[in-house]
Design a protein around this ligand. Structure first.
Ligand code: NAP
Length: 237
C-alpha cells in the first residue's frame, strides 16, 4: 500500500517496537501517526498524536474506533508475556491476561476499525505476532498460546477482509532488544530493524514478515509431524 499520506494507528506506541514503528511511519511519509498507550503522557515522540488506550479496556477500544475515522493502517503492537507455563499454579490467570492483551484487544480493534479502513480505500492491518506462534519453549507456553491464536486471528482477517482489499500483515520475530527481553543474554534483533521490515512489507504489498533467522528456521519446521524442538525436549527428558 501507499504509505505517503497514510494515517497510522499504533498500539503500545510509547516504547519498544511500538516507538520504532512510529518513527518509521513518520519517515515513510505518514500524514498522521496516532500513538496509543495506557498512559498517553508517555508518548513523547515529536509528530505523534498521543491517544489514551488500554487494549484490554473494551470501552476505550469502542471510543477510539468511533473517533479516529481517518485511520488507514492499524498496527496491533501492544503485548505482554507472562512466565510460568501451562502447569504453573497461576497459569489460568497468566493465560487470561495474555489472551486479553495479545488476542482479544487486537480482535476488537481490527473489527472496530474495519469499516474505517474500507471507507479509506482498504488500508492495512499489521499484527505483531512472534516466532512463538509456531514454537513452545516452556516458561512462555501460555504466551505461545496467545500468539498462535493471534496468528489464527490474522488468517481469519485475511479471509473476512479480502473483499474490501485490506492488506493483513503478520509479523513474526524471535528475540528483539526491548524491555520484554531485558536480562536475556542472547542474540537479539533491534526493534528498529523489525519496524523497517514491516513498513517495507506494507509498501510491497506483502503479508508476512519473518524478521530473523530463528523465525525463518522455525517456520520451515512447522510441517513436520514432530517438530524438532519437541523431539529435542523428549530426548532431553
Ligand atoms: N521483545 C521480543 O523479544 C518480542 C518477540 C516477539 C514478539 N514480540 C511482540 O512485540 C510487541 C511489542 O513488544 P516489545 O518487545 O516492544 O515489548 P515492550 O518493550 O515490553 O513493550 C510492550 C508495549 O505494549 C504495551 N502494552 C502492554 N499491555 C498493554 C495494554 N493492556 N494496553 C496498551 N498497551 C499495552 C506497553 O505499554 P506500557 O508502557 O503501558 O506497559 C508497551 O508499550 C508485543 O506484541 C510482543 O509480544 C516481542
Amino acid at each position: 500500500m501507499k504509505l505517503k499520506d497514510s494515517v497510522v494507528f499504533i498500539t503500545g506506541a510509547n516504547r519498544g517496537l511500538g516507538l520504532q514503528l512510529a518513527k518509521v511511519a513518520l519517515a515513510a511519509g505518514a500524514k498522521k501517526v496516532y500513538g496509543a498507550a495506557r498512559d498517553p503522557k508517555t508518548v513523547t515522540l515529536p509528530g505523534v498524536t498521543p491517544v489514551q488506550l488500554d487494549v484490554t479496556n473494551h470501552d476505550e477500544i469502542a471510543a477510539v474506533t468511533r473517533e479516529y475515522k481517518d485511520v488507514s493502517v492499524l498496527i496491533n503492537n501492544a503485548g505482554i508475556v507472562r512466565a510460568g507455563g501451562i502447569l504453573a499454579d497461576n497459569a489460568l490467570e497468566q493465560a487470561r491476561a495474555e489472551l486479553e492483551t495479545n488476542l482479544i484487544g487486537p480482535m476488537l480493534l481490527s473489527k472496530g476499525f474495519a469499516p474505517t479502513l474500507k471507507a479509506n480505500g482498504g488500508g492495512a492491518i499489521v499484527n505483531i505476532l512472534s516466532v512463538l506462534a509456531w514454537y513452545s519453549q516452556g516458561p512462555t507456553n501460555t504466551y505461545s498460546m496467545s500468539k498462535s491464536a493471534a496468528w489464527a486471528l490474522t488468517n481469519g482477517l485475511r479471509v473476512e477482509l479480502a473483499t474490501q482489499g485490506t492488506q493483513v500483515v503478520g509479523a513474526h520475530m524471535g528475540y528483539m532488544d526491548t524491555d520484554m527481553t531485558a536480562g536475556y543474554e542472547i542474540d537479539k534483533i533491534k526493534p528498529e530493524e523489525v519496524a523497517k521490515q514491516i513498513f517495507a512489507a506494507l509498501a510491497e504489498g506483502k503479508e508476512e514478515v519473518l524478521a530473523d533467522d530463528l523465525t525463518r528456521q522455525i517456520k520451515l519446521g512447522i510441517n513436520a509431524e514432530l517438530p524438532a524442538y519437541i523431539a529435542a525436549a523428549r530426548a532431553a527428558a
